[in-house]
Write a protein that binds this ligand. Structure first.
Ligand code: PLP
Length: 289
């Protein structure tokens, strides 16, 4: 079956799914995106993803390309047409197509909307979680507005490639004071010797992950103590457990950071328990197919 993408009002075979060379997403990375998990044909935590999307658009003064209900229909239709049962749906909105000029087009142009969906190998992800992943640390060289889920991701791309080059899965970004901000495409967490779960506050320096938001609830129901505060690389290396969160990885245990084994060097039991329980707390939409 050939994959289908939604582009500005049309569902197209992927080979025909293109945007204009003067799209501001291409020219300036002037756009935002969202990635939402699809599980057993249902959208996970759609409400939170759409709320964050509206916030990102507002912060960049990009007009929503369509009302929320219409966008919800496009997401579902893209999932349905691609027959995705377990995977992700991706959406990108840019400021649109205009003659190349740094300032916003005036009058504004129609924003570009692209939606794609693809299956993820559920069993493979579970095997990865059972093994745990390896992480490296790199300096955080991003702009200060990382709270906006913008498509300006070059520092994240370079960090992820540095990880790949060193046989790691994720890069943890470290700020000028030696504190971990987050992963290149995930939020970063550690669990201390006395079972306190530590993650950086979402007010500055990180993207407020939807998975992170939902996991705060899971942590509370497990009776674990949460500390929202910055942590150093040294503290992470001495942690009992570590893990990352994102919509596509849920809770992914980290077993090595910069070559040092974390805890026993195996996925931690608390991280695995949080992973197991996550979807009991997530908002699961109606099945699409
Ligand atoms: N932080 C960054 C930089 C990300 O790119 C992502 C996801 O892509 C996350 C955190 C996790 O966000 P979410 O849980 O909403 O997928």
């Amino acid at each position: 079956m050939s994959r289908i993408a939604y582009v500005n009002g049309r569902y197209l075979p992927r080979r025909d799914a293109t945007v204009h060379i003067e799209d501001r997403g291409y020219q300036f990375a002037d756009g935002v995106y969202e990635v939402c998990e699809v599980r057993a044909g249902a959208l996970i935590d759609e409400r939170l993803h759409m709320a964050r999307l509206q916030r990102s658009l507002h912060e960049l003064r990009i007009a929503p390309p369509m009302p929320p209900a219409a966008l919800a229909t496009v997401l579902r239709e893209t999932i349905r047409r691609n027959r995705v049962s377990n995977g992700i749906v991706y959406l990108q909105i840019t400021r649109g197509v205009a003659r190349r000029d740094f300032a916003f087009p005036d009058p504004p142009v129609r924003p570009t909307l692209v939606v794609t969906a693809r299956a993820l190998d559920f069993a493979k992800n579970e095997r990865t979680a059972a093994d745990g992943i390896v992480v490296i640390t790199v300096p955080d060289k991003r702009w200060p507005r990382v709270d906006i889920k913008s498509v300006s991701l070059l520092p994240n791309v370079l960090a992820k490639q540095a990880a790949r080059d060193q046989g790691a899965r994720e890069a943890w970004l470290v700020d000028g004071n030696g504190f971990v901000t987050e992963g290149a495409s995930s939020n970063a967490w550690i669990i201390t010797e006395d079972d306190r779960v530590v993650t950086r506050p979402a007010d500055a320096g990180i993207l407020r992950g939807v998975t992170r938001t939902v996991l705060l609830e899971v942590i509370a129901t497990h009776g674990l103590t949460l500390e929202e505060r910055p942590f150093t690389v040294a503290e992470a290396l001495a942690a009992k457990e570590a893990f990352v969160t994102s919509a596509s990885q849920i809770v992914m245990p980290v077993v090595r950071i910069d070559g040092h084994a974390i805890g026993s060097g195996k996925p931690g039991p608390l991280a695995l328990a949080l992973r197991r329980d996550f979807h009991r707390h997530a908002e699961i939409g109606p099945k699409e197919r």
